[in-house]
Write a protein of this length. Structure first.
Length: 566
């Protein structure tokens, strides 16, 4: 579907229009926000307040099960006991389940409550034919006008309004109805707002980004044709949705596997921890590429000399990534101290049973000298390389960057996305991913048939805020960008790093047409060196990565027809 902002969106089918889908959904969800004041079963005064339902779980929304909902449904309806709800949309669904219907006459509206959602003390009002109707927001105003329009043009008030609008050379439906577009409206809205009444609409915006960004990687794995996704995703640099597929993660995995191969297949936590810290603390892949790889703990003295020599012709800021007060000298000094304490740290990490406990253990080193970002990246590396116990708990905690936290506010609104709820909301996005892609009417090409885990949801949330900054830049609304968030950077290909790669088995560079690339370690293999009969059409993972990652199928091929990026 063409994006009104100028980009090209994902194709959801010939008959599917996202804006029409939203308006239909919005109508159905909002149709029962207000109970019928003229219905004997629904009517009630404050004195007739109904006690909350004893069977309701107060820790989650009665309808969508979002954790820690802030509201209770109306307590003036006798046959609908109050239950915890996260939004007026969920309240509407609950009341609809109980047979409630919306009020049809705004002339009887209570001036102390929003006519649509019954929120107290509404700040706004809509004036039509001398009747003033209280509303609390633009969303409720839009719902009110949609209801009014649905009653038909036979109504005298509607006919008069239509005549007046024609004299003004404007159609009332277009003037009154707010057109909502996920990537044109939700992304450009300020995150200081309350968000949409239903967090699900914001969540679908996030899932749409996830689908496009991973679809871009998947398309490139099939062919060299430019995928037809939002143009800014191709123009600017963005991380993969699956952290395992990022080039930097693959680079670390490649060196871990080569170290393992040179040590008779042994792979110790101490050495992997060291390599991960040395690599992630610098976080500049190009620096290690120029220095011929990530150093082992034994090679650190030689690595230090080579890196210090590079500073004579290259600025420290070009050798170290991130906006940090970090110099090459302080980087090497911190690594030297970490190496002196690595045995003690390794023992402490090995005793941990959760990702959060490892994260806090690493943060304790020199009073968080490595920084929270580095510590979390190292935790993720240890989990992905399966260096932890079999009963290790991985999906109960995620550290979220500033960009990821801003994304949660963008999705859920600032009232729901409170610091104490960040992890719970990230879990909610993880749990609802299948429903999200189904709602968007797309088939998501899960890499190696693995659903997005919690750390990858956090990874994607970081990219989602960067994507929003791209769209704000594209629409010349840079003033709306959140302070401190990651600014878009033009994409710069790193494929040149593959030019020096030879076959991992025979080490010979010839027969390039017979080489196949592992998606997880980006090592090259001659087809005949690994007894492969034909090249896979899409994703392929080598035996070593499959064993290390514990994936169920080696060389799983994802057929092209499972994804449509148009």
């Amino acid at each position: 579907m063409p994006d009104t902002s100028g980009g090209i969106m994902v194709n959801f089918g010939d008959e599917f229009e996202l804006s029409r889908w939203f308006n239909n959904t919005s109508n159905s969800v909002s149709s029962a926000h207000a109970t019928d004041s003229e219905d004997g079963d629904a009517a009630g005064s404050v004195d007739d307040a109904v006690a909350p339902s004893a069977s309701a779980n107060l820790s989650e929304c009665f309808i969508c099960h979002m954790p820690n909902p802030e509201f209770m449904s109306t307590n003036t309806v006798k046959k609908a006991a109050p239950v915890p709800v996260c939004s007026v949309g969920c309240e509407a669904k609950y009341l609809e389940m109980k047979g409630m219907r919306p009020s049809g006459d705004s002339r009887n509206a209570d001036p102390n409550h929003c006519f649509v959602c019954q929120a107290p003390d509404p700040e706004y009002s809509v004036s039509t034919r001398g009747t003033v109707t209280p509303v609390c927001s633009k969303e409720c105003e839009g719902v009110f006008f949609r209801r009014k329009k649905q009653r038909g043009n036979g109504d005298g008030d509607s006919a008069s309004a239509s005549k007046r609008s024609k004299s003004d050379n404007a159609e009332p439906a277009k003037r009154q109805r707010r057109t909502l577009n996920f990537l044109g409206d939700q992304l450009l809205n300020s995150s200081d707002g309350k968000g949409y009444k239903s967090w699900w609409l914001g969540a679908l915006t996030f899932y749409d980004f996830v689908y496009q960004r991973h679809g871009m990687w998947h398309s490139y794995s099939i062919s060299n044709d430019v995928p037809r996704v939002d143009a800014c995703l191709i123009k600017f640099a963005t991380c993969n949705i699956y952290r395992e597929l990022d080039r930097s993660t693959a680079y670390l995995r490649k060196h871990v596997l080569r170290w393992q191969q040179s040590h008779q297949g042994r792979l110790g936590l101490r050495e992997v921890l060291w390599m991960a810290v040395a690599f992630r603390y610098c976080n500049q892949l190009e620096t290690f590429y120029k220095l011929k790889g990530i150093p082992s703990s034994d090679d650190f003295p030689h690595f230090s000399k080579r890196l210090l020599a590079m500073t004579k012709r290259t600025a420290d800021s070009d050798l170290l990534a991130g906006d940090r007060d970090l110099t090459v000298a302080s980087y090497l000094k911190t690594l030297e101290k970490f190496l002196l304490n690595i045995d003690e740290t390794t023992v402490a990490v090995k005793e941990c049973t959760t990702s959060e406990s490892i994260f806090e253990t690493l943060r304790k080193f020199q009073d968080n000298a490595l920084g929270s970002f580095t510590c979390w990246q190292v935790v993720c590396d240890l989990m992905e390389l399966h260096m932890l116990a079999e009963d290790f708990i991985t999906d109960e905690f995620v550290w979220l960057s500033l960009d990821a936290r801003k994304s949660l506010i963008q999705v859920f609104g600032k009232n729901r996305a409170r610091p104490s709820e960040y992890v719970a909301l990230a879990k909610l996005l993880q749990q609802r991913q299948l429903q999200g892609f189904k709602a968007l009417q797309v088939e998501f090409p899960f890499f190696m048939s693995q659903k997005l885990d919690l750390k990858n949801i956090g990874h994607a949330l970081h990219g989602f805020q960067v994507y929003r900054n791209m769209k704000l830049m594209e629409h010349k609304q840079i003033q709306k960008q959140e302070p401190g968030t990651t600014q878009p950077v033009l994409y710069n290909s790193r494929t040149y790093m593959m030019d020096s790669e030879n076959c991992e088995v025979c080490t010979h560079p010839e027969n390039e047409d017979e080489l196949v690339l592992c998606d997880m370690c980006q090592r090259m293999f001659h087809k005949y060196c690994i007894n492969m009969k034909e090249l896979p059409p899409a994703s392929w993972v080598c035996t070593a990565c499959k064993k290390l990652q514990n994936y169920p199928h080696e060389g799983l091929a994802v057929e092209q027809e499972v994804i449509s990026i148009d």
